[in-house]
Every structure is written in structure tokens, then in C-alpha cells.
Design a protein around this ligand. Structure first.
Ligand code: AMP
Length: 148
């Protein structure tokens, strides 16, 4: 059976990321594979276009720093070095595809909420990642965390 060599785990940096990381980590360990993390930051200019007549670059820098702090917290227990923690600016599915190709990733791991109704029609990141991926994609079903 072929083994995975490089597993890319996509994280939205919410609490749910732990569930996605757990599964990705277990597969990577079984395959003795390298693990990388990716988070895509949506550029503020995309969301607000030219509607807001102000320089958004310092807010973008703060968001970037916040994302770097969060991803390094997630990476620490897995011993993932900094150069395998990727914060990229753009749409999650296209950034994930781009990085996967560039880094010879052979398995992408994403979370999936198993949506239905309108949000299913609108699509999700996991669907976007699956479409157009050049390697295997594992969609980890996200379970609602029980509040204690
Ligand atoms: P969603 O479709 O937005 O509910 O997200 C499902 C999964 O897509 C998450 O569990 C992550 O694996 C991935 N994902 C969502 N947003 C991002 C993001 N900004 N960067 C990287 N991965 C993401």
C-alpha cells in the first residue's frame, strides 16, 4: 500500500481545528509523513473592496500576527516547525491547492460540517478543496463540542 509522505492540514483556527488536527496527525504518524499546517487569511480588501476609504494594511498586519500566534499554538504539541506553518492571504481553497502543489503534498485534511439546505448549495471550504485537488483529500466530520 502506498504511503503518504506529506500531509497538509487546513485549519480555520477555531476550536474545531483540534478535531481536524487529531485525525491528520494520526494518519501522518501511521505513515511516518511530514505534517504542515495552512490557514488562509481573506484579504480585507476583498471583503470591503474600495468601499472604505482608509488604509487597511495595519489591520491586515494585526490579523496576520494573530493568525501566526494561533497557528503556532496549534503546531506546538505536534512539533511542527515554523517553516511548515503557513499563513497565506487569499481564498482558502485556492491557497490550499497552490501550497499542496508547491510542496508535493499527497494528502490534504480538512474539516467538514456535513451541511444541508441552503448552506450546502452555497458550498463550503471542504467542497472547494475537494474540487480541483490533485491529491487525496480527507474530510473530517466536525462534531459539535459539548459544553461542560
Ligand atoms: P467551512 O467549510 O468554512 O465550514 O470549513 C471547513 C474546513 O475548511 C475547516 O475545518 C478547515 O479545515 C477548512 N478551512 C476553513 N476556512 C479555512 C481557512 N481560512 N484556512 C484554511 N482552512 C480553512
Amino acid at each position: 500500500m502506498s504511503q503518504y509522505k506529506h500531509v497538509l492540514i487546513a485549519v480555520d483556527l477555531t476550536e474545531e481545528s483540534h478535531q481536524v488536527i487529531e485525525k491528520g496527525k494520526a494518519i501522518a504518524e501511521r505513515n511516518n509523513a511530514k505534517v504542515s499546517l495552512i490557514h488562509a487569511l481573506e484579504p480585507l480588501g476583498f471583503a470591503y473592496g474600495g468601499d472604505i476609504p482608509m488604509d487597511l494594511s495595519s489591520i491586515q498586519d494585526q490579523l496576520d500576527q494573530h493568525a501566526r500566534d494561533k497557528i503556532s499554538e496549534l503546531a506546538a504539541p505536534l512539533d511542527i516547525p515554523e517553516n511548515q506553518q503557513h499563513i497565506l492571504v487569499g481564498m482558502p481553497d485556492s491557497e490550499i491547492h497552490h501550497l499542496a502543489k508547491e510542496q508535493d503534498v499527497d494528502l490534504i485534511v480538512v474539516g467538514s460540517h456535513g451541511r444541508h439546505g441552503l448552506s450546502l448549495l452555497l458550498g463550503s471550504t471542504s467542497t472547494g478543496v475537494l474540487h480541483g485537488a490533485k491529491c487525496d483529500v480527507l474530510a473530517v466530520r466536525i462534531h459539535k463540542e459539548k459544553k461542560s
